[in-house]
Write a protein that binds this ligand. Structure first.
Ligand code: AMP
Length: 475
């Protein structure tokens, strides 16, 4: 099937051609004709299947007729995260550059003022995260009574994030007669309930998971001791010994662990950025961009933050923690081995993780082999255990500093020299301002391995380092 057979307008077909797409993906071929016929669609598909274009292309075609009215968006797209919302906007920019349509983004971390002004003028497409959208509605700046088409994307992720009550509220604020396009990767009972309630006689289209256990991905388990500091040692060895490593996503189960691991990797000389829910929008976008453009080869992320992001060509995935939900494992490793390329997925496993590993193996139907311990690197463990306070860190306290600029094209694997003979400026942790909290609220020192911020000397410093200070003050 070709794009020309789907019923898209000539303008949209020209944009598709300009994007270099020759054939529609299965979800596009199945969904687009129904969207154009104004049917409700229940799409069971995850990211990587081309589902974003499956709704943006027919929407652009439908929107060519009609005009936006002040404060009353014509279409509304709900996304679980800011990054996904921004990605959808990019899709509209890419395919709709000649359409003259007005697209607005309502996401946290962006000032109300700019968004208000745009909405007041009238928008054809409003892309929003549920919380921010409801904020605007409550402030009386936005009316949902003109919405002709509603898209609910990544619904199962919305469920995981606790957005379902917001979604239900929004569905009641838009006209009953609107068209609804609903996308989800899985159909748990709660999602089924929502689709039964809010979709009218939907066409169901389903495409198989991409890269479930694609043969292009080599998977392995790596044994590790369970304390986080030990896991960080194992991870560093793995990264340093990994073959064909170009870039990597390291997944953690908790956002606090993302922040800690990120600081640790930076301190050890790796070019790493973090992506987690406590970062503000600007910092998230900057982190993502520096990973996408290759400036920073390692992205440390939580599942929620990384969900659905379009990051092409990742050579390695490292699961710092075994995911608690087996489904997340599939999503995580699906970040590599895309489009027939080779990919590697390593999962750190301690004795406490057996149950979760079994659940993953049951879901994927594959036994994942253990690989040998990564080779030790002299000096690495010692650095973990005898954390020395380094110049620059003590003074930093709660001061705010701008994130440091790093050169382009940093290596994924730092040289040993960089690890063993750190120079304070280069090893300053790279943090966006919002990641810095007052010293008192920072995680406990022992969890941050080799010495993040030392507040006063006290218990944190090995006694042999304190000795000269005492002598001086006594003398
Ligand atoms: P998505 O599932 O929407 O996140 O899309 C995944 C990737 O597929 C994106 O990089 C799109 O640009 C790309 N893509 C979407 N549709 C097509 C198509 N018909 N042919 C080739 N690539 C596509």
């Amino acid at each position: 099937m070709s794009f020309a057979e789907l019923g898209l307008s000539s303008k949209v077909l020209a944009a598709v051609e300009a994007a270099g797409y020759t054939n529609p993906t299965p979800i596009q071929a199945q969904a687009i004709p129904h969207v154009l016929q104004r049917r409700d669609v229940l799409g069971i598909a995850q990211t990587g299947t081309g589902k974003t274009a499956a709704f943006t292309l027919p929407m652009l075609t439908l929107l060519e007729k009609g005009r936006a009215r002040a404060r009353m968006p014509r279409t509304l797209i709900l996304e679980p995260t800011r990054e996904l919302a921004a990605q959808v906007q990019e899709n509209f920019d890419r395919y709709g550059s000649k359409s003259g349509l007005s697209v607005a983004l309502l996401i946290g971390g962006v000032s109300f003022g700019d968004q208000d002004a745009k909405i007041t003028r009238g928008v054809d497409v409003l892309i929003a995260t549920p919380g921010r959208l409801l904020d605007h509605v409550e402030r009386g700046k936005l009316l949902l009574t003109g919405v002709e088409l509603l898209v609910i994307d990544e619904a199962d992720r919305m469920l995981d994030m606790g957005f379902i009550p917001d979604i239900e509220r929004i569905c009641k604020l838009v006209p009953f007669t609107r068209q609804t396009l609903f996308f989800t990767a899985t159909m748990p009972a709660e999602i089924k309930r929502i689709t039964d309630q809010f979709l009218h006689n939907p066409v169901q289209v389903e495409v198989s998971r991409p890269a479930t256990a694609a043969t292009t991905i080599t998977q392995a388990l790596v044994h590790t001791k369970s304390p986080p500091a030990e896991k960080r040692v194992t991870l560093r060895r793995l990264i340093r010994s990994a073959e064909n490593l170009k870039n990597a996503i390291v997944f953690c189960n908790r956002k606090s662990e993302v922040a800690i691991l990120h600081r640790s990797l930076v301190r050890h000389g790796f070019g790493a950025v973090a992506l987690h829910g406590d970062m503000d929008q600007r910092a998230r976008m900057a982190a993502l961009e520096s990973f996408r453009n290759g400036e920073m080869p390692i992205l440390v992320a939580s599942d929620v933050a990384a969900r659905g992001l379009d990051i092409p060509d990742v050579s390695h995935v490292f699961n710092f923690d075994v995911p608690v939900h087996a489904d997340d494992y599939v999503h995580r490793i699906g970040r590599t081995g895309r489009a027939g390329r080779s990919g590697w997925a390593f999962t750190l496993v301690s004795s406490a993780d057996g149950k979760h590993v079994s659940a993953i193996e049951t879901l994927t139907g594959n036994k994942i082999p253990f690989t040998g311990d990564p080779p030790p690197i002299e000096g690495d463990e010692e650095e973990e255990i005898h954390a020395k306070p380094r110049r620059g860190r003590r003074e930093r306290g709660g001061k705010t500093e701008e994130p440091r600029q790093q050169g382009k094209g940093r290596e994924a694997r730092p040289s040993r020299e960089r690890d063993e003979a750190p120079k304070a400026p280069r090893h300053e942790p790279q943090q966006a301002p919002e990641q810095r909290r007052p010293a008192s609220s920072r995680p406990h020192r022992r969890d941050e391995d080799d010495g993040p911020v030392v507040i006063g000397m006290g218990d944190h410093v090995p006694s042999f380092l304190l000795t000269p200070i005492r002598r001086k003050s006594n003398g």
